[in-house]
Design a protein around this ligand. Structure first.
Ligand code: PEP
Ligand code: MG
Length: 574
């Protein structure tokens, strides 16, 4: 039967394939009475189910691929925390005891109580967290029934399969990372659900919030997922199928066309050059940088070299990594950011837990407190500068004395290399990240001391709006279009440009296609982003008239009103 369902799109593009149904254990839960003498054994069975689910999640946490988006780990951890909570791991024991019911039934009853509480929450984000509880419960149910973890995928012809599920847990999404499904659709989930956040990073067509798809679709049925319009077509007739095949190939052509822009210089319609750089975490990311045709690396987040290990990389190991990047870029610049640890990026076994890590000893503060470690990194970067075009970037500066101290340590590292007779680039440039509102508002003292600036909008938003980047409960308040954020961003771009100090944006705002013209209108000419985002941003730059966008961008600043900002942004992007 041919029909259409509407949902919210969370992954772009169109995919055509056959339905692969993922079953929901919750639908099959039996309810039966337990004889009084068997109650204790039932409680043991319940505990064993919880223990098995915990074990599965612990294994998943260990198996997270190194290249998996950071969110995967966070979500697996959230599910582990839910499982640890006594409202889920202990309350059902009481129900088994009081009502003499089977473990599965007790668990589902308790889940329903919890879900109801979450549904009543005013906050949309919290309401969506009920899906996480359901996913954890499904895992325990499967464990109780002796089954495998939910949504274990079939390995055959994956690119032709579209997963159809009531909901998908982040752990299921981990499996997606290892497989190559064509797309997925779910009944549950909103655009801010964990599944949605993860799906975006996987870049496959996907729809959530279809409500009844799981019950209406049969295994193997032909499906079209239209991630552009948010539509699912089930069992399409030949005419509709032919139309979508054409649209799909058009979309693929557009992607290919974007790849052809690889060596086209990025410039606006007036011919103003715009520099597009890539952000990397490890030297292995360089392949993507080359593929994207980036003009260099605008942000090398070196802290990833220091993570997931007991020891820390010494000068030699760091030097090898930085040299590899500098050499591979063959003269194109690489901006190496000094260690930005602390907050959510802790070093194993290093330092005491902080009462408020985002406001604690992180980034440059940490480095200045550990001068021996900092000098080691500075020597490694300086040595690499002999093998390519290397710049140093200091993260999270807020005080002039931090920059002065860091520059003093750079001078000390240079002297140490000179004493050793080791070569380095004597004209190496040193820049600072503007990611604390205090720095944005006292720009002259940084412009005076530094060769260039880079706007870290991720942290700038975190600190301007007082929301912890890592805290799910306030994620919905993370708003790049907040008037205060836009004012700070525009102020930094315009003041630095007027003062002749090169300025870039290297936070997520740089790779957000909807913001490209606004940033160009503010005067930004240097963007650094994830390499996969670069071709589309370049296309947007090529189709932008500065004369048209500048007055609109100024209007956004003048109005300072969210509704008007959205209206003007729509005009900018028309
Ligand atoms: C930023 O804060 O915008 C940034 C680029 O740095 P990170 O995301 O690594 O904190
Ligand atoms: Mg930052």
């Amino acid at each position: 039967m041919n029909f259409v369902l509407h949902g919210s799109s969370i992954g772009s593009g169109i995919t055509i394939g056959h339905a692969h149904l993922v079953s929901s254990a919750r639908l099959d839960v039996a309810h039966y009475e337990i004889p009084a003498q068997a109650v204790q054994a039932e409680i043991f069975r319940f505990d064993a189910g919880i223990a098995r689910a915990k074990h599965e999640l612990a294994l998943l946490a260990q198996q997270i691929p190194a290249d998996a988006p950071a969110e995967f780990g966070a979500f697996v951890n959230l599910h582990r925390m839910i499982l640890e909570d006594s409202s889920l791991s202990h309350a059902p024991r009481e129900l088994i005891r009081e009502r003499k019911c089977n473990a599965e039934w007790a668990l589902v009853q308790q889940m329903e109580t919890l879900v109801e509480q979450f549904e009543q929450a005013e906050d949309a984000y919290l309401r969506e967290r009920k899906a996480d509880i359901e996913q954890v419960v499904e895992r325990v149910l499967k464990a109780l029934m002796g089954g495998k973890a939910p949504a274990e995928p079939q390995p055959s012809e994956e690119h032709n399969l579209i997963v159809v599920a009531h909901d998908l847990s982040p752990a299921d999404m981990l499996l997606f990372k290892r497989h190559e499904f064509g797309g997925f659709v779910t009944d549950a989930g909103g655009v801010t659900s964990h599944t949605a956040i993860l799906a975006r990073s996987l870049d496959i067509p996907a729809l959530v919030g279809l409500h009844h798809a799981r019950g209406m679709i049969r295994e193997g049925e032909l499906l079209i997922v239209d991630g552009i319009q948010g539509v699912l077509v089930v069992d399409p007739d030949p005419l509709v199928l032919a139309e979508y095949q054409q649209r799909q190939s058009q979309h693929q052509q557009e992607r290919k066309k974007l790849r052809r822009l690889k060596s086209t210089p990025a410039a606006t319609l007036e011919g103003t050059a715009v520099e597009l750089f890539a952000n990397i975490e490890l030297p292995q990311d360089l392949e993507q940088v080359h593929e994207a045709g980036a003009q260099g690396v605008g942000l090398f987040r070196t802290e990833f070299l220091f993570m997931n290990r007991k020891d820390l990389p010494g000068e030699e190991e760091q030097f090898e990594a930085y040299r590899e990047v500098a050499k591979a870029l063959r003269g194109k610049p690489v901006v190496i950011r000094t260690l930005d640890v602390g907050a959510d990026k802790g070093l194993s076994g290093h330092g005491e837990p902080m009462p408020n890590p985002a406001l604690g000893l992180r980034a440059i503060r940490f480095c200045l407190a550990e001068p021996h470690m900092f000098l080691e990194q500075l020597r490694a970067i300086l040595r690499a500068s002999h093998h390519g075009s290397v710049r140093i970037l200091l993260p999270m500066v807020a005080h002039a004395h931090e920059v002065d101290q860091a520059l003093g340590l750079i001078r000390q590292a240079r002297r140490q290399l000179e004493d050793r007779g080791e070569p380095y680039d004597r004209d190496i440039q040193v820049g600072g990240m503007i990611e604390i509102p205090a720095a944005a508002l006292s720009l002259p003292m940084f412009m005076k001391r530094l060769d260039f600036l880079s706007l870290g909008t991720n942290d700038l938003i975190q600190y301007t709006l007082a929301i912890d980047r890592t805290d799910d409960a306030v994620a919905h308040l993370y708003d790049p279009l907040h008037p205060a954020v836009l004012h700070l961003v525009a102020h930094v771009i315009q003041s630095a440009t007027r003062g002749g100090v090169p300025v870039a944006v290297c936070g997520e705002m740089a790779g957000d296609l909807s913001l490209t013209r606004l940033l160009l209108g503010f005067g930004l000419r240097n963007f650094s982003m994830h390499p996969a985002q670069l071709p589309a941003i370049k296309e947007r730059v090529l189709g932008t008239s500065l004369a048209a966008v500048q007055p609109l961008a100024q209007k956004v600043l003048r109005w300072g009103d969210p509704a008007k900002t959205r209206e003007l942004l729509a005009k900018l992007n028309a």
